[in-house]
Design a protein around this ligand. Structure first.
Ligand SMILES: O=C1O[C@H](COP(=O)(O)O)[C@@H](O)[C@H](O)[C@H]1O
Length: 247
């Protein structure tokens, strides 16, 4: 399903509403809301909306558990850290217990070793064959990557691990990421895409020929969950009317 919004604020307001409604239902049903955040610059507005008193007061944050879809392997104090951004824009402003937050970072392990640890943490939360996150928020880069599933990387073919880490040569850094099989077990996946700079990639991902090596976001296809592309008019500008109408 594709939902198109006038601009980033309208889009992030709708996603904040989805966050609150999904969280409220999950807490009523299971006693907890398990969510994965995305990184990059796209979620900043979403986080700031959720941190506003009228939004944050709608959720029992003691029952919210926060994970990430991916991370740049840098300390939590580094400006490039997805978790640092989330703490500064959201998590430091809401009454969530620190033990409910699971950044993808360890001060004393390397990325590969911590990927295995992170997978064990997730296995503690989710049964082997059951659906996972109540809500998994993802972004998409201009090159069509999502999470840290970058074009032409080995991790695109990972079938067994839930979490993996690898050295991303062009960025000269390790990346840690949820893998495609695990991502596609989420109950709800919302992909947040805004800006005309992403219009070509979005068109290729949604309407181009199948080529996930080039456009890894084509791998997004939850087995039984719901996938919603939440995009602004700029990002949607190269989509056909048919694609725009897809529900
Ligand atoms: O490096 C990353 O980039 C993507 C897209 O980021 P954006 O700045 O274009 O929003 C993001 O989804 C991912 O989490 C992040 O690690």
């Amino acid at each position: 399903m594709i939902s198109i919004f006038k601009d980033n604020v309208e889009l992030c307001t709708a996603l904040a509403d989805l966050f609150i409604s999904t969280g409220t239902s999950a807490i009523a049903k299971n006693g907890r809301f398990i969510v994965a955040l995305t990184g990059g610059s796209s979620p900043v507005t979403l986080h700031k909306i959720l941190a506003q008193p009228e939004y944050q007061s709608q959720l029992d944050w003691s029952k919210v558990f926060v994970f990430w879809g991916d991370e740049r392997w840098v300390p939590l104090t580094d400006e490039k850290s997805n978790a640092k951004m989330a703490f500064e824009t959201l998590l430091n402003h809401v009454p969530i217990p620190k033990q409910n937050i699971f950044p993808m970072w360890s001060d004393d392990k390397d990325a590969k070793a911590y990927a295995a640890d992170y997978e064990q943490i997730l296995r503690g939360f989710f049964g082997e064959d059951e659906a996972n996150f109540d809500l998994l928020i993802l972004g998409m880069g201009e090159d069509g990557h999502t999470a840290s599933l970058f074009p032409h990387t080995e991790v695109l073919h990972e079938r067994t691990k839930w979490v993996d880490a690898y050295y991303l040569e062009p960025q000269q850094m390790y990346r840690i990421t949820l893998t495609e099989p695990f991502i596609n077990k989420a109950q709800k996946v919302a992909v947040l895409v805004f800006g005309a700079n992403k219009a070509s990639a979005l068109h290729e991902v949604l309407e181009g020929e199948r080529n996930f090596e080039q456009y890894p976001s084509q791998l997004l296809a939850p087995a039984s969950g719901k996938l919603t592309w939440m995009v602004d008019e700029g990002a949607a500008s190269k989509l056909t009317d048919e694609a725009k109408a897809s529900k």
